[in-house]
Design a protein around this ligand. Structure first.
Ligand code: KG4
Ligand code: ZN
Length: 364
């Protein structure tokens, strides 16, 4: 078994998974959300988030063993998010994982959170026969990327955002419409039943594959709200129409670049992942796009699109399996917090910034 820990932002998450299977194999999967704690501030307060991770982690730890039937003795490695994320939050998970590794001698595997989102699809049984290369649209609160994945650790970031991430575009425009925190799900809910053609918002940089941009859209929504006046948002039909038009425009931006990328990079499989992949409109339209081109399409269920530890465990498992192949006599128990062979002691600092591109060709 592997134990995985995720504390990069405002979800405290722990998972236990089978170390030997290639896909799925989740034995425990716990997420404690802090949404209610941060709601009064309209956004994540890093200090509050870190303190909550400290409070909740030991409880989740106990619960993870109860749920999985595993014991500390049955763990082959401890997997933990090292970055990117809020530094104070990352430090809580890392310190917890390091202390556990140090006191038990179980090896520690640090993982990149974005690589976690990228491979969350391996939590699905269908991922067993996925065909590479694949094109992944990774959309979260902090990132918007199209990634060509030739294999594990062989990535080409085809497009990145020039300003806001797709999740930020949802969150900020939701605030402009006076919707509650967290904005993305609130905007999506308000959009249900609205007329998406009521307002027209642009696709930015339509001829450029390599860059997403959402700041123009945000400004266009602001101008529209100013033009309508604050009282107009009290009209539920108008609010719904506005929300539907904004959602449609954000999704248009994402789909347009995905189409450009598919023209340039022929792939067999399309993946949608990250917190914004919980959006119903985006899921359906990506599915239709892949279907119209005869491509396989995989998207994790909502709980594995937003932050969770299971996806971190999946990447840890890939590293664990390849390290095991490399070091035939894998038995690092008692070596302290080592990985990648008995000589490699990892100091394991928290990385606030850690681009996915740096993981390509990273030594396993
Ligand atoms: O991946 P995630 O949970 O955290 C980060 O690593 O950023 O993504 C959170 C983002 C937030 O911006 C949130 O508003 C957005 O995902 N989100 C949604 C929906 N659910 C979450 N955006 C649109 N529609 C949704 N249903
Ligand atoms: Zn995330």
């Amino acid at each position: 078994m592997l134990l995985a820990i995720e504390t990069s932002c405002d979800e405290t998450a722990l998972a236990v998974l089978d170390a030997e299977t290639k896909v799925a194999g989740i034995k425990a999967d716990l997420v404690s959300s802090q949404v209610a704690l941060h709601r009064p501030y309209g956004g994540v307060v890093p200090e509050i988030a870190a303190r909550e991770h400290i409070r909740v982690l030991p409880w989740l730890y106990k619960q993870a063993f109860e749920q999985s039937g595993a014991s500390v003795g049955s763990l082959e490695a401890i997997v933990v998010t090292q970055g990117p994320g809020l530094k104070g939050c990352l430090l809580v998970g890392l310190s917890f994982a390091k202390a556990l590794a140090f006191s038990t001698g179980i090896p520690l595997i640090p993982v990149n959170h974005l690589e976690g989102h990228l491979f969350a699809f391996e939590l699905l049984e269908e991922a067993d026969n996925v065909e590479y290369p694949l094109l992944a649209l990774v959309v979260s609160g902090g990132h918007t990327m199209l990634v060509l994945v030739r294999s594990f650790r062989d990535y080409l970031v085809v497009a990145n955002t020039r300003d806001d991430a797709a999740g930020e575009a949802f969150d900020k425009t939701a605030t402009l419409l006076g919707l509650p925190y967290p904005g993305g799900p609130a905007l999506s809910k308000t959009a249900t039943g609205g007329d998406r053609a009521a307002f027209s918002f642009p696709v930015s940089l339509p001829n450029e594959l390599s860059a997403f941009s959402f700041s123009g859209l945000k400004t266009a929504v602001l101008r529209e709200v100013e033009k309508l006046g604050p009282e107009a948002l009290g009209d539920q039909t108008l609010l719904k129409n506005l929300a539907a038009s904004v959602e449609w425009a954000i999704v248009n931006n994402l789909l347009h670049k995905t189409e450009l990328a598919l023209e340039q990079y022929p792939v067999r499989t399309v993946i949608l992942t990250g917190g914004v992949a919980a959006n119903g409109c985006l899921r359906q339209r990506m599915k239709d796009l892949a279907g119209s081109r005869g491509l396989n399409f995989l998207v994790p269920p909502h709980k594995w699109c937003t932050d969770n530890a299971a996806m971190i465990g999946v990447v840890g498992r890939k590293i664990f399996r390849s390290s095991k192949e490399r070091y035939h006599n894998w038995d690092l128990k008692g070596e302290g917090f080592n990985l990648l062979g008995p000589d490699a002691v990892i100091d394991c600092a928290a990385y606030a910034r850690w681009p996915l591109a740096e993981m390509s060709q990273a030594v396993l």
